[in-house]
Design a protein around this ligand. Structure first.
Ligand code: SF4
Ligand code: SF4
Length: 412
């Protein structure tokens, strides 16, 4: 697809980047079949190809209206279309650029701006989020059922290993995960301890940048990334082997640090190094050899939910499934694994009705084979699905940690 840039964008590097991205699209339409929002509405403007046309129109006409903003807002940024596209279209990068531009081209009413600002500030400030969550957990018994269901109960992390190994990796606490499910990182630390690696918390910098960046607040998102690089750099220089994440949503953002800060002379090299050092917890365990662990998988039937960030952004759709299968876990069949659960960062709040529909369909697909547990790899999906699921939804690393403890007990 060729773009004739409007004169006002002739010297705009972001518009040029967008037109280069669009040039990869051959408008074949293959992506429509795997796009959840197109399958939901049947409107081409809610499809990847339709949104590509809308951004193209914005670049060529120099302007856009509220309809363009509405259809960009409805995109989950699940990137299922990227996995399907035979032409290598980097749709996620394009929609992020389009969202940044539309904030100026079609300004939002004040109420929408205020809500988005509140969400950006709450979800990207760990201390604020933790404080609000604690208040919610404290008041939970007094809240109406629909609101109480949205607040995860307080969770104990369990024992932390002593940090005895010379091999060290850093782990991200995550804005939401650190407060809502501290047991996830604690389980990761125990599993890696058995593999001879000590996991230390990465120094607190800021949110990974995903919340701001995906809501079109690119300046704030890039600032988050720079703050993290500054915070983590001394630990990297002190010999940390890797920066580990147990939330694939954060992992997919950090994997892009090098690309997003490539034009910043002060941060480009460091951002590329951080991106190269970054690993999802599953990658570390597979690389270190899960066969070294004494795993007793137990009798629970597990349905694997593979988050979009893991399968479409990180390209690791089979990683945890293969690990669990090799370890002998009983994996339940699921349907439509490529389709998003509707969590998608702040989407579950900003596009509530659509998100609810996507969740209902996903829960149906995850439970066709009557699992005892749904396992996932991303905190957003875990909380979103867990809010309505009759089957418990947990991070897979906690299940693996428990299976190893059971295996060790059998050996003793
Ligand atoms: S599949 Fe790829 S090339 Fe085809 S319309 Fe979709 S984005 Fe364009
Ligand atoms: S990112 Fe997901 S919702 Fe958005 S266009 Fe692609 S497939 Fe559709």
């Amino acid at each position: 697809m060729h773009v004739e840039l409007h004169p006002r964008f002739q010297h705009d590097p972001t518009a040029t980047e967008a037109s280069e991205l669009i040039s990869a699209c051959v408008h074949c339409g293959f992506c429509l079949a795997t796009c959840p929002t197109y399958l939901d509405s049947g409107d081409e403007r809610d499809s990847p190809r339709g949104r590509i046309y809308l951004v193209k129109q914005l670049l060529e006409e120099g302007d856009a209206g509220t309809a363009t903003r509405r259809h960009l807002d409805r995109c989950l940024t699940c990137r299922s279309c990227e996995t399907t596209c035979p032409s290598g279209m980097q749709y996620g990068s394009l929609v992020d650029i389009g969202r940044g531009m539309i904030e100026t081209a079609a300004p939002r009413p004040w109420a929408e701006r205020a809500l988005r600002s509140v969400l950006r500030n709450v979800f990207s400030r760990p201390a604020l989020f933790r404080g609000l969550l604690r208040c919610g957990q404290w008041l939970r018994p007094l809240l109406p059922a629909f609101l109480a269901a949205r607040i995860p109960p307080r969770q104990a992390p369990g024992a932390a290993p002593s940090g005895r190994h010379p091999r060290r990796m850093l782990v991200l606490e995550g804005c939401v995960q650190g407060a809502a499910t501290p047991a996830t990182n604690a389980a990761a630390a125990r599993v890696l301890d058995r593999l001879g690696i000590s996991l230390a918390p990465a120094r607190r910098g800021a949110c990974c940048g995903a919340v701001n960046y995906h809501l079109g607040a690119h300046t704030q998102g890039l600032d988050n990334m720079r703050r993290n690089i500054d915070a983590w750099w001394p630990q990297v220089e002190a010999g940390a082997e890797a920066i580990v994440s147990c939330a694939t949503g954060c992992a997919s953002m950090i994997a892009d640090y090098g690309k997003l800060l490539a034009d910043d002379p002060d941060y480009a090299a460091k951002a590329a190094r951080i991106a190269a050092l970054h690993r999802d917890i599953g990658e570390v365990i597979v690389a270190e050899g899960a066969h070294k662990l004494a795993i007793e998988p137990g009798a629970s039937r597990i349905a694997m939910h593979i988050p979009c960030s893991q399968q479409h952004a990180l390209g690791q759709g089979e990683l945890v499934v293969s690990l669990f299968r090799a370890a002998g876990f009983d994996l339940a069949s699921t349907a439509d694994p490529h389709l998003c659960c509707g969590s998608a960062g702040t989407y579950s709040i900003l596009q509530r009705e659509r998100s609810d529909r996507f969740r209902a369909r996903k829960l149906e697909a995850l439970t066709v084979d009557r699992p005892d547990i749904i396992a996932t790899a991303n905190i957003g999906c875990q909380l979103h699905l867990g809010e309505c699921s009759e089957v418990p939804v947990r991070h897979w690393i906690e299940l693996l940690d428990e299976a190893i403890a059971a295996g060790e007990e059998q050996l003793n």
